[in-house]
Write a protein that binds this ligand. Structure first.
Ligand SMILES: [Zn+2]
Ligand SMILES: [Zn+2]
Length: 349
């Protein structure tokens, strides 16, 4: 059920991704709109420990649960299952008196990719969990959102980077420092040239590497003094660097933005970048449909995203569908990454 603090489980007396401080919070993943500071006790997937502590502080009271392992709390059986969104992201499965609910948090399923692991090698792939009621996100819940096969997308990014390197200019690719940046790093061809990153990205890279995720070698932009190296480099940085003094060290460069919103005509123009790559950590329209169907749920509750469109579509499929007004939304993921010198556009996730 929904309370002013967030999604609440009455028999278990805990919240899922609450947006106001509570006693017991189950956290689906470490993005800022889902994982907030100030809760007394946290429970999260073991795989996300490093990124969660990197973002919320090393001292939080954090209980860890490996994927698939269950605990009982006040008669509620709770387990966490991979959501494929970012490192450590989890769906929360709750079972009480034979009734099973699953809260998805954010999840990634690309409709065009049968192999979820290949589509995003930086975290465990989304695992469908059978339930009676599925609480789903719907960030890209419109039929226009269809991700191309991820291999094709990365081939386009590599082509852009290679052409820039041959022309002697840096390739600045902006994407959120947690999740998106590591997807980019894991997906590009590191033989094209050196890879340079912003400090905010490297902090998360460290947590990913510590968790065993393979990422190519990266150098901090502030450490690079060789201008010739920069001219062949792929530079991965958060959107907040756009137009800031931080980018001046690269001289004349090509810039691009990686986001699901780049599918929208006009989004790239508003961003005023040379290229827009449609790279998202959220499910596209066919991915949402496939994920929801795989749960077998008869009841679906839609949280952040295009709730009305998704609820109507679900009702047409004969499901019992409704929406929750939550305070999730990746505008805040972006805002949380804002560096002091600049603000990211609210449009980009
Ligand atoms: Zn998220
Ligand atoms: Zn979210």
């Amino acid at each position: 059920m929904l309370r002013p603090e967030g999604l609440y489980c009455p028999p278990g007396d805990f919240y899922i991704d609450p947006w106001r401080p509570v006693d017991r919070a189950v956290i689906t993943h470490a993005h800022a709109d889902h994982a907030r500071v100030g809760h007394a006790h946290y429970l999260a997937a073991a795989a996300g420990e490093g990124v969660l502590r990197a973002r919320l502080g090393a001292e939080i009271d954090l209980q860890l649960l490996p994927y698939g392992e269950a605990i009982d709390h006040h008669g509620v059986r709770l387990s966490l299952h991979p959501a494929g969104h970012v490192l450590g992201s989890a769906q929360v499965r709750l079972e009480h008196r034979g009734e099973v609910w699953v809260a998805s948090g954010d999840y990634f399923v690309s409709g065009a990719d049968a192999d979820a692991r290949a589509a995003n090698p930086t975290c465990a792939p989304f695992e469908p969990v059978r339930c009676h009621c599925f609480i789903t996100e719907s960030t890209f819940g419109l039929p226009i959102y269809r991700w191309q096969p991820q291999r094709e997308l990365f081939a386009e990014i590599d082509t852009w980077w290679r052409a820039n390197a041959e022309a002697g200019r840096a390739s600045l690719l902006m994407g959120y420092s947690f999740g998106k940046a590591q997807r980019i790093l894991a997906g590009v061809d590191p033989s094209i040239g050196p890879i340079v990153v912003h400090g905010a990205v490297e902090t998360l890279n460290r947590a990913y590497r510590a968790a065993g995720v393979a990422l190519p070698d990266t150098q901090l932009a502030v450490d690079v003094t060789d201008k010739a190296l920069l001219r062949r480099a792929l530079v991965v940085a958060p959107p907040s660097v756009h137009g800031s003094a931080w980018t001046r060290r690269f001289g004349e460069h090509s810039d691009a933005f990686a986001s699901g919103w780049m599918q929208l005509r006009g989004a790239r123009r508003r961003r005023a970048v040379d290229r827009g790559f449609v790279l998202s950590d959220h499910a596209d329209w066919p991915g949402l449909q496939r994920a929801i169907a795989a749960t077998g749920a008869q009841r679906v509750i839609v949280t952040h995203g295009y709730e009305a469109v998704m609820v109507r579509w679900l009702a047409e499929q004969g499901l019992q569908a409704s929406a929750f007004q939550t305070e999730y939304g990746d505008e805040q993921e972006g805002a949380a990454e804002a560096q002091p010198e600049a603000t990211p556009g609210a449009i980009a996730r």
